[in-house]
Design a protein around this ligand. Structure first.
Ligand SMILES: Cc1cc2nc3c(=O)[nH]c(=O)nc-3n(C[C@H](O)[C@H](O)[C@H](O)COP(=O)(O)OP(=O)(O)OC[C@H]3O[C@@H](n4cnc5c(N)ncnc54)[C@H](O)[C@@H]3O)c2cc1C
Length: 399
């Protein structure tokens, strides 16, 4: 047995990219393959929320808090992430929602989440753009924001710029039974190689082949395919089925720049119905959601982008085949909720899109990691926490 030196990472989303970062930090050579010219999956379609507030107490909160630390570290090293420790406000529209926030603020882990219950005046002081009617809000100072459309190229730029600086000859993951011929001699590589437009079509012992026919030798494959479960991932479906990994489709929109700053990310009372942190006695007393919100499983999340635009979402669709078109009623609902909180019309909607993520749905795992065959590690299924937790998930892979 010999030590792993060269890793092929498949998938240019946030999970693949964070595995590339973690691998380089441990001194491995990384060849990073992505089937599209640039990542186009969930990782560039999300809010960019590093979201601690809604996580379930225990392992999920611990993973999110560790990831939050790692994002802050990376944010300092990679300005292109536009990491902002902006915090969030979950806003209650009425007393029923406020009771849930009060219970959350009274929990022992409120300190770890850095929570503070605010009355309406304090909500407006914290985020003056919120001029609508509200009963109070929960400030979570641990929540943060990155720019999803810029983060992955920024991280790759960082990897390329620091290639050669990382420790040579890693000693992390166990030896994977490769042959000596698969080890690229020192000096023949720069340490990090990004190969977009290469769909991996075959995984063999110590090598993967892309659709151009090129083979990429390695000691270990880390496969982060997101929600793509066919093609080369198809033969691992049995592993995925054990964790009940399923796909979920969401709708989002983005506006032209808002004339003022939204100082925090914002969530509405519907989010209290979905996030596990709010699985509290007062949640059972919430009235039913608006019918369109219930049908589309909508909650309002609103984040201001670095250019001033607002990213607004989201909905949740679980039954496949998914719709191929977007549902305007859901958008009307989300727009109305955003305007109710702002007390003003939102700027013109410039973009609408849907995105699909994969999530574990059986048991207590927070994501799926398996070794479906020797030398192949499959990591996917973090669900709506994937952008938040990716750096910590990658760290756990190397533990
Ligand atoms: C609308 C939306 C909003 C969200 N908001 C948030 C949020 O604010 N905060 C949060 O924490 N999480 C959020 N999430 C969840 C988060 O975005 C995902 O969990 C995360 O991006 C998953 O990352 P990934 O790398 O596994 O998948 P992806 O981003 O889908 O990346 C997988 C990549 O693998 C590539 N690939 C697949 N097969 C192959 C192959 N054979 N060869 C080469 N390449 C291949 C794909 O092209 C793709 O680029 C959101 C998700 C959505 C859809």
């Amino acid at each position: 047995m010999r030590l792993t030196q060269r890793i092929v990472v498949i998938g240019g989303g946030v999970l693949g990219t964070m595995h590339a970062v973690a691998a380089r930090r441990r001194g491995y050579e990384v060849v990073h393959l992505e089937r599209e010219g640039e990542a186009r999956g969930a990782s560039v379609r999300n809010f960019g929320l590093v979201w601690v507030s809604g996580r379930r107490a225990g392992a999920e909160l611990a993973l999110a808090l560790r990831a939050r630390e790692l994002w802050a570290e990376l944010g300092a090293a990679v300005p292109g992430l536009r990491f902002r420790p902006a915090g969030s406000l979950t806003v209650a529209a009425d007393d029923a929602e406020l009771r849930v926030l009060k219970e959350a603020a009274a929990l022992p882990d409120a300190v770890q989440r850095d929570l503070e219950l605010l009355d309406p005046g304090a909500v407006r002081a914290a985020n003056p753009a919120l001029r609508g009617e509200l009963a109070g809000g929960l400030l979570c100072r641990a929540d943060a924001i990155v720019e999803p459309r810029q983060a992955l190229p920024a991280l790759r730029g960082y990897l390329a710029a620091t290639a050669g600086e990382a420790r040579a000859g890693g000693s992390g993951p166990a030896a994977t039974g490769g042959t000596a011929s698969s080890v690229v001699p020192p000096g023949r590589h720069s340490g990090y190689q990004w190969l977009p437009g290469r769909e991996v079509t075959e995984i063999a012992p110590n090598a993967v082949r892309d659709h151009t026919g090129a083979w990429h030798q390695c000691d270990l494959v880390i496969l982060c395919p997101g929600a793509a479960f066919t093609g080369v991932v198809g033969r691992y479906r049995g592993s995925l089925a054990r964790d009940g990994v399923r796909r979920v489709r969401l709708q989002m929109l983005q506006t032209a720049p808002l004339a003022e700053r939204l100082t925090t990310a914002v969530a509405d009372g519907d989010s209290l119905r979905y996030y596990p942190a709010y699985d509290l006695p007062a949640r059972g007393l919430l009235p039913p959601q608006a019918p369109v919100a219930e049908r589309t499983r909508a909650q309002l999340l609103m984040v201001q982008r670095a250019d001033g635009g607002l990213t607004i979402g989201d909905t949740h669709e679980y039954d496949e085949p998914f719709a191929f078109d977007v549902d305007s009623d859901a958008y009307d609902h989300l727009q109305a909720r955003a305007e109710a909180l702002l007390g003003a019309p939102i700027p013109r909607v410039r973009r609408r899109w849907a995105g699909v993520y994969s999530e574990v749905s059986i048991g207590t795992a927070l994501y799926h990691r398996s070794e479906p065959e020797p030398g192949v590690v499959l990591v996917t299924g973090p669900g709506g926490r994937g952008m938040t937790c990716a750096p910590a998930i990658a760290e756990e892979t190397f533990r």
